[in-house]
Design a protein around this ligand. Sequence first.
Ligand SMILES: NC(=O)c1ccc[n+]([C@@H]2O[C@H](COP(=O)([O-])OP(=O)(O)OC[C@H]3O[C@@H](n4cnc5c(N)ncnc54)[C@H](OP(=O)(O)O)[C@@H]3O)[C@@H](O)[C@H]2O)c1
Length: 338
Amino acid sequence: MDSLHPAIESVQSFVHTQPWYLSLLLALGSVGALRFGAQTLVVLAQIFLLPGTSLKKFGAKKGGGAWAVVTGASDGIGKEFALQLARAGFNVLLVARNSTLLSTLGAEIESTYGVKTGVHIIDFAKSDEAAYASLSGALDELDVGVLVNNVGKSHAMPAYLVDTPLDEMSDIVAINVGATLRVTRAVLPGMVRRKRGLVLNIGSFAGAVPSPMLATYSGTKAFLATFSAALDEEVRGHGVVVEHVNTYFVVSKLSKIRRASMLIPTPKAYVRAVLGKIGLPCGAAFSGRPATSTPFWSHAIIDYAMTAVSMPALFVSYTHGLHKSIRARALKKKAKGE
Ligand SMILES: NC(=O)c1ccc[n+]([C@@H]2O[C@H](COP(=O)([O-])OP(=O)(O)OC[C@H]3O[C@@H](n4cnc5c(N)ncnc54)[C@H](OP(=O)(O)O)[C@@H]3O)[C@@H](O)[C@H]2O)c1
């Protein structure tokens, strides 16, 4: 019989000369390393190679097919969703408070992409039943293929809960949780009836990492992850996909960041990644968070690394330190009247 390959022979002799528990540890370590390697390859393929589900599946058609509804559409990430969904072939219903900004955006979208637009004015902080009834009425008239629950509010600056103004707390809950629930509830029956739909809930790393001094915002964003996973399971069999989109920083009014970098994309680059990776968890794969996707490449790598490190207490304490220094800087700026 041929002798074994020298490398295998040396492994065998190593194993035989070691106590059994060291061999067991070695075997377990090798399995763990192989598993981590395979998972990393899957994550990298999703981030950099694989395309997401086509938007055509949700009713996009040249010249305007189904409607996309975008909340918080007048600025930042929401405005970009409106533009890119129109370019993909959706008519777009723009929802926010500022009618001038929304009408200007609607006109720009119609002339650039040849699709229909509508504007609906609502202040989600007010949780006003009549306002929700009017929005539901407008939504009932439309064949909605995509809903982007984008509207969001954060704290004016990091602060301990005991120092957080009560109206700021209730506005954050009404906008981040209340609006998502109510708008989704209004749109979903039609999607289920038509057996087609995509609901994107725009979340935040502040929901994945409990964030001291932004506790209310952090809690509302954590709600989105659990809500999306539960709802996705409810409606997936009816042809409707619900996705929680995990977001690190993006240039915008809300983040107060004006310059883009490798870690902080413009809304344009960010939304392009979201719409190109529908159905792929990317950085959230293997994180134990069903229906969550972290699609932007650098955000995805951070998310995957955080899952691999798996030390949540460390991240909470780091975030606490970070927010203390952001608050100190914000207070200094405020004192100078900037
Ligand atoms: N930017 C980031 O770094 C970042 C990171 C993680 C997650 N996110 C999430 O991404 C989403 C969009 O954030 P963004 O950065 O694009 O914010 P943004 O630039 O501040 O835009 C917010 C949008 O929401 C609308 N809005 C605010 N309050 C409203 C209210 N009471 N009723 C109706 N509409 C309201 C605003 O328009 P009007 O003022 O005209 O109403 C605007 O269109 C949010 O859910 C946010 O939590 C952002």
